[in-house]
Design a binder for this molecule. Structure first.
Ligand code: SF4
Length: 453
């Protein structure tokens, strides 16, 4: 729930006219504060109490939490909306693999490596898992500590989650990997909160809080906040699909709609503990991607499970206000020469990658001319007047392609056969060829065009 300037102004000292904040009135300052255009510290007349109150009001409804450090650090939380179409979701859930200290050495090594090595290139992006989740399943601190040591050496900076019931085991694990690695410690519960406050208060790493229900969870987070431990991730303890989805929705709505700070934290979820069958685990994980999970822990990383999940995550966390686009330019595929033909299409990312991949597979050297249509697909950009004979002609003339090839054949998408005449008028000397309606047709069309069929 965004705070309003009119609420903030009530807390200001109203020394109207002092202007020390750089604004003509307290009201103007409050309005800027509410929209992030000024800092609370800019007004020198606020008491510590009022400053804290204003900072609390201005804090994001879901606290941003960073796990790990450097390039691989995972930032979760800091979301602003319930529905993606209201604005966008900002921070995709981290996907982690559960590794227990009771597993055999080979499995442990394979799972840790898979987080680093299992990746998929999808419309120009690298999609992969993010976390190694280390669990003290043996109940033995020594065993857990050696697992953490091994993982810290192998994980090459991949963020870690340390899971143990006992605070001593968590502290042992923290010492083994180093608190500068900023692992997430899981979990503080009703049973160990007093010990956690006294021993983890100075740890300066994020901690997860687990309770059996949302009421108890809120009480724990409030208590930790009072003790100065605020970098929290919450686990409402639900281990059935419908309960987990219900709790995720409740937490998100409470934080964003009601401004309920006690639940304003990202969540950690465990599909790995909710299903025995990998397919069901995937279904649960998918539901949690769409319903607000901050971290999703899987029992293992298998390609056929991880790939659909990371693609779904990409789709849900892509900004719906910004079409996915690639750079508008001439792409050279299969080492084209000055004899190679030109294919023309739009800079919608999915179009580009479909067409480029199909051309590459034919092994026919060609130029792919990608026109800027603000990321719109072929028919959409044509309907919007962004992709027609006139715009395409102008793009081709400015693109420099006439200096790269003497071939004067330009292939247009089959669904836009209607722009052929216009484009020929714009590009005298070029033969406009109508290509296939779908990218899949390029595999037979292109070899035929160059006489290689
Ligand atoms: S410095 Fe503080 S008191 Fe002075 S105008 Fe700005 S907000 Fe008001």
């Amino acid at each position: 729930m965004a705070v309003k300037g009119t609420d903030l102004v009530k807390l200001l000292p109203k020394k109207t006219g002092c202007k020390e904040c750089g604004f003509p009135t307290c009201f103007a300052f409050a309005m800027k504060l509410a929209t992030g255009g000024a800092k609370v510290s800019d007004c020198p007349y606020l008491s510590d109490e009022v400053r804290e109150k204003i900072e609390d009001l201005l804090a994001p409804p879901i606290r941003p939490i960073t796990i790990g450090t450097g390039d691989k650090a995972l930032l979760i939380g800091d979301e602003e909306v319930i529905y993606r179409h209201e604005k966008t979701f900002f921070h995709p859930p981290g996907i982690g693999v559960l590794v227990s200290d009771t597993e055999d050495e080979k499995d442990i090594a394979r799972k840790i490596k898979s987080v680093e090595e299992m990746e998929f290139i999808w419309i120009g992006r690298t999609l992969k898992a993010d976390l190694v989740v280390l669990r003290c399943a043996s109940g033995e601190k020594g065993k857990f500590v050696s697992l953490v040591k091994k993982a810290a050496e192998m994980a090459d900076g991949t963020p870690l989650v340390l899971m143990a019931d006992k605070i001593d085991a968590l502290l042992g694990g923290l010492e083994a990997c180093g608190k500068e690695q900023k692992p997430l410690l899981y979990a503080i519960t009703e049973a160990n909160i007093e010990e956690a406050i006294s021993k983890l208060g100075q740890a300066e790493v994020p901690v997860a809080v687990k309770a059996e229900d949302l009421g108890k969870l809120s009480a724990l987070t409030e208590k930790l906040k009072e003790a100065g431990i605020q970098d929290l991730v919450v686990d409402p303890g639900s281990r059935k699909l419908w309960e987990a989805v219900r709790d995720q929705i409740f937490i998100r709505r409470a934080a964003i709609k009601q401004g309920f700070r006690a639940l304003g934290y990202p969540t950690i979820t465990f599909p790995c503990l909710m299903a025995d069958d990998p397919k069901r685990e995937l279904v649960i994980a998918s539901a949690l991607v769409t319903r607000y999970a901050g971290i999703i822990v899987l029992s293992d990383l298998k390609e056929d499970m991880l790939f659909p999940l990371v693609v779904l995550r990409l789709n849900i966390y892509t900004d719906p206000r910004v079409p996915m686009a690639v750079e508008s330019k001439i792409y050279e595929i299969n080492q084209p020469t000055d004899e190679s033909p030109v294919l023309l299409t739009t800079n919608f990312a999915l179009t580009y990658f479909s067409v480029a991949n199909e051309i590459e597979a034919t092994k026919v050297p060609a130029y792919l001319a990608i026109q800027d249509t603000e990321g719109l697909s072929v028919l959409t950009s044509w309907s919007a007047g962004k992709f027609n004979g006139e715009t395409a002609g102008e793009f081709i003339k400015k693109s420099g392609i006439e200096q790269k090839t003497k071939n004067r054949k330009i292939v247009i998408p089959g669904v836009l056969a209607r722009i052929r005449g216009e484009l020929e008028d714009e590009l005298p000397g070029w033969e406009v060829v109508i290509g296939p309606r779908e990218a899949a047709g390029i595999s037979s069309f292109l070899p035929e065009l160059v006489g290689r069929s």
